[in-house]
Ligand binder design. Structure first.
Ligand code: C2E
Ligand code: MG
Ligand code: MG
Ligand code: MG
Length: 279
């Protein structure tokens, strides 16, 4: 099988495609066993600078090549990994693999790739479990990667559910030189108070708002509000779910600096990513 799956990945090679998972993928196994069997893999999706179409960053997105169920996207296994208390173990594998793969890609890419950053997703479970900073420091050192190029994406819901518990671990990451980015802003229940109280370096506007900007004045106004806030507060702002030229043009008009979505690229093998996209 080669080509685009319904889930949106760009994959080549033999893949057993599953569209619906009725079974818990963790039944009869564990994250640790699947890691040991080499079943997890990472795809990477570009984050593009709208001003000139250059690659600004890549986001690592985990996939599970499950022996029975096929290639699984995270929505089919993150919740069961969390229920089993194994999500932190998976996130640690992702951090180590992503920093290693990305650093190798960057070295091979020469000056074009030198200032590209790496975005990695970290679950609320992982953030609130001690040791994240140590794992990251060890992983970036082993990879020879500058912490300032690593953007740790944390779910916006974290701010709502765990505001106080999250503040210290997030500050620790920033003190060690890593960048903190709020993911899916607008999808959960972030209030102005959260944006005011918790320090971050970036925010990503949830794709539900981005997809409304062409048809809904209120969505457009809210995207504008978030972009203006980010600009004023010195945060790197990225729009998610950019699927069409019209989305891109509307975002540029609003002053949004970075964009991510199928218009530019599906999640892909790192080796297949271009460093420049039509602007
Ligand atoms: P996310 O961090 O918000 O990642 C963006 C998701 O949107 C990805 O789904 C991506 O494939 C999808 N996407 C990108 N562009 C478009 C577009 O233009 N249109 C549409 N409709 N979708 C688009 P994916 O890879 O299935 O990941 C889903 C979520 O799983 C991620 O959302 C993230 O929250 C979580 N996740 C992924 N990898 C990891 C990981 O290593 N650790 C943890 N803890 N969570 C992860
Ligand atoms: Mg993310
Ligand atoms: Mg997101
Ligand atoms: Mg999202």
């Amino acid at each position: 099988y080669t080509g685009k799956r319904d889930g949106g990945d760009q994959v080549t090679g033999p893949v057993l495609v599953t569209t619906a998972v009725d079974a818990d993928p963790l039944v009869g196994t564990s994250v640790g066993e699947a890691v040991a069997r080499g079943e997890f893999q990472l795809l990477y999706q570009p984050i593009v600078r709208l001003a000139d179409g250059r690659l600004g960053s890549v986001e690592a997105l985990v996939r599970w090549q499950h022996p029975r169920l096929g290639l699984l996207t995270p929505d089919t296994f993150l919740a069961s990994a969390a229920r089993a208390g194994q999500l932190s173990e998976l996130d640690d594998w992702v951090l180590r693999a992503a920093t290693r793969e990305f650093a190798a890609w960057q070295r091979a890419g020469g000056p074009e790739a030198a200032d590209v950053a790496l975005n990695v997703n970290v679950s609320t479970d992982r953030l609130l479990t001690p040791g994240l900073g140590a794992v990251l420091v060890e992983a970036t050192r082993a990879a020879g990667l500058d912490p300032a190029l690593v953007r740790v994406e944390v779910p916006e819901s974290l701010l709502v559910d765990q505001l106080h518990a999250a503040t210290e671990p997030l500050e620790e990451l920033r003190a060690a030189g890593y960048k903190v980015t709020f993911d899916d802003v607008g999808a959960g229940g972030t209030s102005l108070r959260h944006l005011r109280e918790v320090r971050a370096d970036g925010l990503k506007i949830d794709r539900s708002y981005v997809q409304g900007i062409l048809t809904d004045d209120r969505d457009r106004a809210l995207v504008q509000l978030l972009v203006d806030f980010a600009e004023g507060a010195g945060l790197v702002v990225t729009a998610e779910g950019v699927e069409t030229d019209e989305h891109r043009e509307a975002l540029r008009a609003i002053g949004c600096r970075y964009a991510q979505g199928w218009l530019f690229s599906r999640p892909s093998a790192l080796s297949e990513l271009r460093t420049r996209f039509p602007s």
